[in-house]
Design a protein around this ligand. Structure first.
Ligand code: AMP
Ligand code: MG
Length: 422
């Protein structure tokens, strides 16, 4: 008999292992070893959605450019507003949006004014039309309006010279509109990240091919492709690479020649892992981690030549979880995005959740409002790492911490929503 314990490779099946790496440390290591791309390009703002600004953008103009009316009404000088009772003011003309009144207001007079119209010289206040009584060429007003009411001051939104968007900002539709409002048609952004990926596995079939016995359709390439598309990456889909060392080596080398990042799924845990490791040791420097998480336990990270390499597990849910928790923040950081922290919120869990201490679990949940309007979350059903429908039904991860030993209905849990409106 031999008393030496077996040396085991990381596996999806493993549970607690004191040698495994906390997910926060894995992310820290990953983020500290990737650098933002240096190359930038100037592009039209319509093309800049989900791109990252490579320089601060400042305004060359005041917004609004001129002091103007926030309402339809009458432009007056507040000195002419009576302290008590009412006063009559003649209407000397009309100021339209885009067509200013060409004269200044004499004391004791007023002008009809439309929303967005420049305030005539001599006026400092707009009385809304509902608050005046019009009598022919006169208006009768009372003291219900204060000086400066219903007026937008020049530069009250943005002053010329102000920085409006910081370097490192991921541009959203509001930002694009803001740039347009400043008359800025082009912005300098980091160039797109080039990401190559392939699946490994003899059992994988592509859509359109017959499913022989024991085979499955390759879904990871589709989730990876679309997750990368959302990040606006320049995607190189290298297809399925069969479990043969020379093919895998060739795939790594050709990916490293053109891409900033290489992502693989499957084949890096047990079984066929050995020669993947051998190849990676030869062409790069890659670490194989057991991460204290479920799903997504085995993960490898490092470099192949100059490219950053992520070896994700094969199981479809594990691929998505590890992508969102590690790959996406790293890619965002490489894109120059300085705001990579995921948003989490707290919600009341209405399901009973099973969980073992010693690892972080990313269970799939549905976050919604209950009848009283409070945020509640329930699980999507079976939580196996191969059950992709659990991801499809979910709209959030329920993140259960290292020490958590299960959740009873009514307990508060941390939730990472999948959605955001801008
Ligand atoms: P592996 O890490 O290669 O042992 O794969 C773990 C599990 O994930 C196995 O059941 C594989 O069949 C499955 N798997 C691996 N790659 C893919 C893929 N591209 N699409 C769907 N399932 C996959
Ligand atoms: Mg495999």
């Amino acid at each position: 008999m031999n008393s030496k314990p077996l040396e085991k490779d990381p596996s999806c099946r493993d549970d607690f292992d004191p040698k495994s790496l906390a997910p926060s440390l894995a992310l820290e290591q990953i983020l500290s070893s990737v650098c933002p791309l240096r190359d930038t390009e100037k592009i039209a703002i319509r093309e800049a959605l989900n791109r990252v600004l490579a320089e601060d953008v400042s305004s060359r103009i005041n917004v609004p450019l001129g002091t103007n009316s926030a309402m339809d009404g009458y432009a007056v000088n507040a000195d002419d507003i009576p302290e008590t009772g009412t006063a009559e003011l003649p209407v000397v003309g009309t100021a339209w949006a885009g067509r200013p009144l060409q004269q200044s207001l004499e004391k004791g007079s007023c002008a009809r004014i439309m929303t967005g119209a420049i305030l005539p010289a001599g006026a400092d206040t707009v009385i809304i039309q509902e608050d005046v009584q019009r009598e022919g060429d006169l208006i009768r007003i009372d003291n219900s309006t204060r000086r400066g009411d219903n007026v937008r001051q020049a530069g009250e939104d943005i002053r010329a010279g102000d920085i409006v968007l910081d370097k490192g900002r991921l541009l959203n539709p509001a930002d694009i509109g803001l740039l347009a409002s400043l008359g800025i048609g082009e912005v300098r952004v980091s160039r797109r990240l080039r990401v190559a990926f392939f699946s490994t596995g003899d059992e994988l079939r592509s859509i359109g091919e017959p499913l022989d016995e024991g085979c499955i359709y390759d879904s990871n390439r589709y989730t990876l492709y679309t997750m990368l598309k959302r990040l606006n990456a320049d995607i190189v889909d290298m297809g399925v690479v069969r479990d043969r060392p020379e093919l895998i080596e060739e795939a790594f080398l050709s990916a490293a020649a053109s891409a900033d990042v290489i992502i693989t799924s499957g084949g890096v845990s047990v079984g066929e892992a050995d020669y993947v490791r051998e190849i990676l040791a030869r062409v790069g420097s890659v670490e194989f981690w057991k991460v204290a998480m479920k799903p997504g336990r085995p993960l490898s990270f490092g470099r192949v030549k100059d490219a950053v390499f992520f070896g994700l597990p094969g199981n479809p849910v594990s691929v998505m979880v590890t992508f969102y928790q590690f790959v996406q923040p790293a890619l965002r950081a490489m894109m120059g995005d300085r705001h990579v922290e995921p948003v989490t919120i707290r919600a009341t869990c209405v399901s009973k959740l099973k969980k073992r201490p010693g690892r972080i679990e990313y269970q799939r949940g549905i976050l919604e409002r209950d009848a009283a309007g409070a945020m509640v979350v329930r699980k999507t059903g079976a939580q196996g790492s191969g059950i992709l429908s659990s991801m499809s039904q979910a709209n959030c991860f329920i993140i259960l911490g290292m020490d958590n030993a299960g959740v009873e209905p009514g307990e508060t849990v941390e939730v990472q929503p999948f959605f955001g409106i801008v």
